[in-house]
Design a protein around this ligand. Structure first.
Ligand SMILES: Cc1ncc(COP(=O)(O)O)c(C=O)c1O
Length: 401
C-alpha cells in the first residue's frame, strides 16, 4: 500500500520556496545572489512589540495553553481594530485568532467545502489558495485578469465565473503577487455582483491592508456593502504591516457558526497560537501605529524605483500597483529570444532560471500564480540591493537576442 495519501497528488510544493532553495545553493557555491523572492518585510519587529513579548515571558503569561481561539485581550484588540480601521462591528464570539493568516484561511476552507464545491479565485493569485481549496476537497475556479486592467477582476468576469456550485469567492486586495488594490468603487462593483448571488460567501484576505501608497484608500468588502456582512469572512493578521511573519499570528471575523467550526478544528489540530505571540500582537494592534507610515515611505520609493527600471528593460512591462511589496512585470516580450549562451527562452520558468544563472537575481516565475509569462519581485529588500538587482535585470534583458 502506498505510504502517501491520494489527495496529496493534487498539491504542488510552493514555487516561492523552490526559487529560494536554488538561490541558497548558488550562494553556497560562492555566487553573489540578490534574493527578491521572499514575501516578508526586511524590517525588524518594532521594539514596543518585542518588549510586550518579553514582559509576557517574564510574568509567566507565555508559559501555558490559552483559549484555543485566542486570549480575550487579543480578541478585544482585534474587535477595536475592525471598528477603528474598517467601521465593522464584531463581538469576541465572531473572532478567531490563528497561527498566521494561513491557518485561518485553511481552517475556513476545511470546515466549509464539500467535495466539488467551487471557489472563485481571481488570477494572478497567492499560490496557496488553489492548493488549500484542493486539500479541502473543493475545486478552484481561476478568473483571469489582464495586465492592462492592473490585474483587477472585472464584475462581468466574476458574474460569469459563479455557478450553483460556488461556495466562496476569495478577494485579496492589495494582492500578493501583483500589489493590485481595488478602490472603493471597484469593490462596490464586485459586491454588487455578489448581491445577485445570495448562495455565495466571500472570503476577503486583507493581509496587506496597511501597505498602500500614494493616496490609495483601503476599504474592505463588508464595509463597502454592509448587506454582505452576514456572508463575509474578513481575514487579516499582524505578519506584514507589523513585521511579524515569524511570530505567526493571523485572525478572522465573521459568522459565529463558521468561527465556532474553525475553532473546533483548531482545537483538534494545533490548539492555540503561541501565547507569547498573542501578547505581542495585542501590543501591535493597540500600540503606536506611526512606524507603518515610515515603512510605507520607503516601500513606495522602492516600488517606484522597480516600476521605472523594469519598464526601461527590453521586453518587460510592469504596471504600477497600489500596495503590498510586490511588482509583477510581464516578460512576454522576452519569449522566443536567445541567451548569449544559446538557450532560447520559451516560458517564465526558463526566464527566471536564466536570470538567476546569468546575473544572480532570484525572482519567482509567474505561472504558479496563475498568470504568465511574468514574474514576481518582492521589493521588501534594501534599496541599494534592489537598484543593483534592477540594473542586472536590465543587463540580462538587453543580452537576449
Ligand atoms: C495574500 C496572503 N495571505 C495570507 C498570507 C499568510 O500570512 P501569514 O504569514 O500570516 O500566515 C500571505 C503570506 O505571504 C499572503 O501573501
Amino acid at each position: 500500500m502506498a505510504l502517501l495519501a491520494d489527495h496529496l497528488k493534487r498539491i504542488k510544493p510552493s514555487a516561492t520556496i523552490a526559487v529560494t532553495d536554488k538561490a541558497r545553493a548558488l550562494r553556497q557555491a560562492g555566487r553573489n545572489v540578490i534574493g527578491l523572492g521572499a514575501g516578508e518585510p526586511d524590517f525588524d519587529t518594532p521594539g514596543n512589540i518585542k518588549l510586550a513579548a518579553i514582559q509576557a515571558i517574564e510574568t509567566g503569561k507565555a508559559a501555558k495553553y490559552t483559549a484555543v481561539d485566542g486570549i480575550p485581550e487579543l480578541k478585544d484588540a482585534v474587535s477595536r481594530k475592525f471598528k477603528r480601521d474598517n467601521e465593522l462591528d464584531y463581538k469576541p464570539s465572531q473572532i478567531i485568532i490563528g497561527t498566521g493568516g494561513k491557518q485561518v484561511l485553511y481552517n475556513a476552507l476545511m470546515v466549509t467545502l464539500n467535495p466539488g464545491d467551487e471557489v472563485v479565485i481571481p488570477a494572478p493569485y497567492w499560490v496557496s489558495y488553489p492548493d488549500m481549496v484542493m486539500l479541502a476537497g473543493g475545486e478552484p475556479v481561476a478568473v483571469p485578469t489582464r495586465l492592462e486592467d492592473g490585474f483587477k477582476m472585472k464584475p462581468e468576469a466574476l458574474d460569469r465565473a459563479i455557478t450553483p456550485r460556488t461556495k466562496w469567492v476569495i478577494l485579496n486586495s492589495p494582492s500578493n503577487p501583483t500589489g493590485a488594490g481595488y478602490t472603493r468603487a471597484e469593490l462596490k462593483a464586485l459586491t454588487d455582483v455578489l448581491m445577485k448571488h445570495p448562495h455565495v460567501y466571500l472570503m476577503t484576505d486583507d493581509m496587506y491592508e496597511h501597505l498602500v501608497y500614494d493616496d490609495f484608500e483601503f476599504t474592505t468588502p463588508a464595509q463597502v456593502e454592509p448587506n454582505l456582512y452576514e456572508r463575509t469572512l474578513t481575514v487579516n493578521g499582524t505578519s506584514k504591516a507589523y513585521c511579524m511573519t515569524g511570530w505567526r499570528i493571523g485572525y478572522a471575523a465573521g459568522m459565529e457558526p463558521l468561527i465556532k467550526a474553525m475553532a473546533m478544528i483548531q482545537s483538534q489540530s494545533t490548539s492555540n497560537p503561541a501565547a507569547v505571540s498573542q501578547w505581542a500582537a495585542v501590543e501591535a494592534l493597540n500600540g503606536p501605529q506611526e512606524f507603518i507610515a515610515s515603512h510605507n515611505k520607503i516601500f513606495k520609493e522602492r516600488r517606484d524605483l522597480c516600476v521605472s527600471m523594469l519598464n526601461q528593460s527590453t521586453g518587460l512591462t510592469c504596471p504600477k500597483p497600489e500596495g503590498a511589496f510586490y511588482v509583477y512585470p510581464s516578460c512576454a516580450g522576452a519569449m522566443g529570444k536567445t541567451t548569449p549562451g544559446g538557450r532560447t527562452i520559451t516560458n517564465d520558468e526558463e526566464f527566471v532560471t536564466e536570470l538567476l544563472e546569468a546575473e544572480g537575481v532570484a525572482v519567482v516565475q509567474g505561472t504558479p500564480f496563475g498568470f504568465g509569462p511574468a514574474f514576481r519581485i518582492s521589493y521588501a529588500t534594501k534599496t541599494e540591493e534592489l537598484e543593483e538587482a534592477c540594473q542586472r535585470i536590465q543587463r540580462f534583458c538587453a543580452s537576449l537576442k
